[in-house]
Design a protein around this ligand. Structure first.
Ligand SMILES: NC(=O)C1=CN([C@@H]2O[C@H](COP(=O)(O)OP(=O)(O)OC[C@H]3O[C@@H](n4cnc5c(N)ncnc54)[C@H](OP(=O)(O)O)[C@@H]3O)[C@@H](O)[C@H]2O)[C@@H](O)CC1
Ligand SMILES: Nc1ncnc2c1ncn2[C@@H]1O[C@H](COP(=O)(O)OP(=O)(O)OP(=O)(O)O)[C@@H](O)[C@H]1O
Length: 322
């Protein structure tokens, strides 16, 4: 643990962490509600034997930030078994191998929010399965938010129908690319000169947003750029100094949860709540503050599970449980 007095400015907590009021959309906790009714039913579609951790981190982050039920849907039993063995039973894990395609389809149609892509891999088999699931997701109005991240964003010209195309012109979709994924997407979908690697991120992200017709794009990096059809905001809250793998998965999970809360509030007729860009800013701020706290505690040994472990404490301070 780095003693507080020794922290350099770039590791101090950002105060306030949130310039926006998220409380109107945070579900109230009550003994009258049953499971799924407070934090929501969430699912991550992804993970593969090589990258099983990614889907697990996203799903765990959903749960730690306040979700009620977090599922992982993954193609192979090899990945599913690895997640079951490593998640202390807090995640519900489904695979078509173990439970059949129909059960997977039924499961998807009961979700409130889904995150597509962490650890999915780019194999043809994984993408075929993801495309089948994304068709179900796209056709299920009950699902209010769809985060597309990592390999869910991969759209090679040789692929006839990458998963992302299921969500074109779907305002529920929120893309969370890292800078490499973002440049790949702009070079495929944006008109030049915005497809150039040196094009400014906000302008290129706005162009990508309208080309794809999605609800928002969050471009991650030293500064996160959040772009919706009406707003562009930047989140530069201090994070940790170690860029271990899995931090983007944490952000994807928290983003999916907060966007689901916003949509549930709006569908319930709520008024005076935050706007989408403010909710996405909150997700970035929570992910970055969690990585800062993990780094202050663990320094160079910080890894993604440490960051997941901080998410609950950060959210508890922002949204007290009563
Ligand atoms: N524990 C797990 O299971 C985890 C699994 N994960 C899963 O791994 C899968 C592949 O993801 P990926 O990002 O490594 O692959 P891809 O986009 O091909 O990158 C290729 C090359 O681009 C660069 N590069 C990458 N990111 C960059 C950045 N932010 N800023 C700058 N450069 C960057 C870098 O190039 P290099 O530095 O090596 O030259 C990299 O080698 C995906 O499913 C993901 O979810 C992760 O979630 C982590 C935890
Ligand atoms: N220089 C930085 N300073 C602070 N936070 C950062 C920095 N770069 C990235 N982040 C944060 O780290 C998280 C992951 O961003 P990154 O660009 O590494 O995504 P990723 O490559 O998709 O991650 P993953 O390893 O999960 O695949 C985001 O929350 C982002 O805000």
């Amino acid at each position: 643990m780095i003693p507080p007095a020794a922290l350099p400015a770039q590791l101090l907590p950002s105060i306030p962490l949130l310039p926006y009021n998220l409380l109107p959309i945070v579900p109230s906790l009550s003994p009258d509600k049953h499971k799924g009714q407070t934090g929501g039913k969430l699912l991550t579609l992804g993970s593969s034997p090589e990258y099983f951790g990614a889907g697990m981190f996203a799903a765990s982050a959903m749960l730690r930030a306040g979700g009620d039920m977090a599922h992982v849907l993954t193609l192979t039993e090899a990945a599913g078994s690895a997640i079951r063995a490593n998640s202390k039973g807090e995640l519900m894990v489904f695979t078509p191998e173990a439970c059949g395609q129909q059960t997977c389809q039924d499961l998807l149609s009961r979700m409130d929010g889904v995150c597509v892509g962490p650890g999915l891999s780019r194999s043809d088999e994984a993408h075929d399965f993801a495309s089948f699931c994304c068709d179900v997701i796209a056709a299920t109005p009950h699902i209010t938010s769809i985060v597309v991240d990592a390999d869910g964003l991969f759209a090679h010209p040789s692929q006839p129908r990458p998963p992302l195309t299921c969500f074109q012109n779907d305002p529920r979709a929120i893309l969370t690319p890292n800078i490499v994924e973002f440049r790949r997407l702009t070079s495929r979908y944006c008109p030049s000169p915005l497809d150039s690697p040196s094009a400014p991120v906000p302008a290129a992200a706005s162009s990508l947003l309208s080309e794809l017709g999605v609800g928002a794009i969050v471009v991650k990096g030293r500064t996160d750029h959040i772009v919706t059809p009406t707003h562009h905001v930047e989140c530069a809250v201090n994070g940790g100094l170690k860029r271990c793998g899995g931090l983007g998965d944490v952000l994807a999970g928290v983003t999916c949860l907060f966007a689901t809360w916003l949509r549930s509030f709006e569908r319930g007729g709520g008024e005076g709540g935050p706007q989408l860009h403010e909710v996405l800013y909150a997700a970035c701020a929570v992910a970055r503050e969690s990585s800062r706290r993990a780094f202050v505690r663990h320094g160079r040994s910080t890894s993604a599970p440490h960051v997941v472990g901080e998410v609950g404490g950060v959210c508890e301070e922002l949204f007290p449980p009563w």
